[in-house]
Design a protein around this ligand. Structure first.
Ligand SMILES: *Cc1c(COP(=O)(O)O)cnc(C)c1O
Length: 372
């Protein structure tokens, strides 16, 4: 095995790929000497933090000399109520990414088989490899759904866990609810299904499989985040729902205070007091998403049916590849995601920013396409 970092590092570290971050605004501004940069590469929420959330975070700063103790209790209760569960069914983490890492530490022994979709959030693969898991990648179907028949075929007596991202990143698509539920019903009882619902609140509820109702009946954990819908990406907070035993194990594996008072205060206030503003934002994002899909269609793109705050678009026939387009846009001050690393060299992923940001993006995209 080739050493990537240094032979003194754990073998698993040397086979793990670094996380590919979106470009930052500052980097792009400096590199290309631009005044204006619009970032549509990381699926952030341009309308947050919300009013009460922001004030609660400001107030929390004067309490930062203390560990977050009661804070955990209060937020767990709010999240339990929201999901018809008990606080014993809820654990927190410093973002869904931190939770995903902790889950892989909980379950994966060396040689355990782990099933993932080939074109999905990449962290599942790297954290699974880091724990010595044998990762089996299953391509999405042509309509960007999880190929559940293929997942079922790949389950063996060595399978430990299955990562499902629903709605999926980078495609923005939801896998058919009845198919997912039928799949859950036949997953062997000793296999864990981990569902990443980072974008669930943007999705149409009727089309979204209900994994929470499997808690206690199947080995399942549901992961969500405050980074996207609640707009607290910089605060770092996520949560996981599962049966009490799994939650206890999770809390044992993770560090004792794995998030901070400020993030918790912001999240709790948003849930309790900012719902009207949040609902307004949801409507705005979903409306602008439809407008964006229509405009991209007019430019010759075909866009997958999105249930998230981003769109996944296939370039017009005859256009150069996504890397060329993304680089050209970056020089014009627009950051989007080139989907080549997922095996989609002719797809881009674009966050639904504000209406103005999207207009800026579309004007630059039109210019880029006509100059190539
Ligand atoms: C953004 C994202 C995450 C990570 O979210 P954080 O809570 O910011 O760590 C996890 N899963 C998916 C699918 C995401 O898109």
């Amino acid at each position: 095995m080739m050493t990537k970092f240094d032979s003194t590092f754990r073998n698993e570290v040397n086979i793990t790929q670094p996380y590919i971050q979106g470009e930052t605004e500052d980097e792009v501004r400096r590199k290309y000497h631009l005044d204006k940069v619009v970032k549509l590469g990381s699926n952030e929420n341009p309308y947050a933090p919300y009013y009460h959330s922001k004030n609660a975070m400001i107030r929390s700063i004067s309490t930062l000399n203390r560990y977050p103790e009661d804070d955990f209790v209060n937020l767990k209760q709010l999240l339990a109520d929201e999901n018809d569960l008990k606080p014993e069914n809820v654990a927190l983490g410093s973002g869904a990414g931190n939770i995903i890492e902790t889950i892989s530490k909980m379950f994966i022994n060396e040689g355990d088989e782990v099933l993932i979709a080939k074109q999905s959030y990449r962290l599942y693969r790297e954290v699974s490899k880091l724990m010595g898991g044998k990762v089996i990648e299953i391509p999405l179907t042509d309509d960007y759904q999880f190929d559940l028949e293929e997942f079922q075929h790949k389950i063996t007596d060595k399978t430990k866990l299955i990562w499902i991202c629903n709605p999926n990143n980078p495609t923005g698509t939801v896998t058919d609810a009845s198919k997912l539920e039928a799949f859950m019903d036949q997953v062997p009882d000793d296999v864990w299904v981990i569902v990443d619902e980072a974008y669930a609140q943007f999705a149409n509820h009727l089309s979204l499989a209900n994994f929470v109702r499997y808690i206690g009946r199947k080995r399942v954990m549901v992961v969500r985040t405050f980074s996207k819908f609640y707009g607290l990406a910089g605060a770092r907070l996520g949560y996981v729902l599962a049966d009490p035993e799994a939650i206890q194990a999770y809390d044992t594996v993770t560090e004792p205070f794995n998030t901070n008072r400020t993030a918790i205060a912001g999240a709790a206030a948003a849930i309790q007091f900012d719902q009207a503003q949040i609902e307004g934002t949801r409507k705005k994002i979903l409306g602008d998403r439809e407008g964006l899909i229509e405009s991209l269609g007019l430019l010759g793109f075909s866009v997958a049916p999105s249930q998230t705050n981003f769109v996944f678009a296939k370039l017009p026939d005859g256009a150069p590849n996504a890397t060329t387009i993304a680089d050209a846009l970056m020089k014009q001050g627009v950051i989007i995601r080139d989907c080549t690393p997922w095996g989609y060299p002719d797809h881009i992923r674009v966050t639904v920013g504000t209406h103005k940001e999207l207009e800026f993006f579309l004007s630059k995209l039109t210019a880029v396409l006509s100059n190539l």
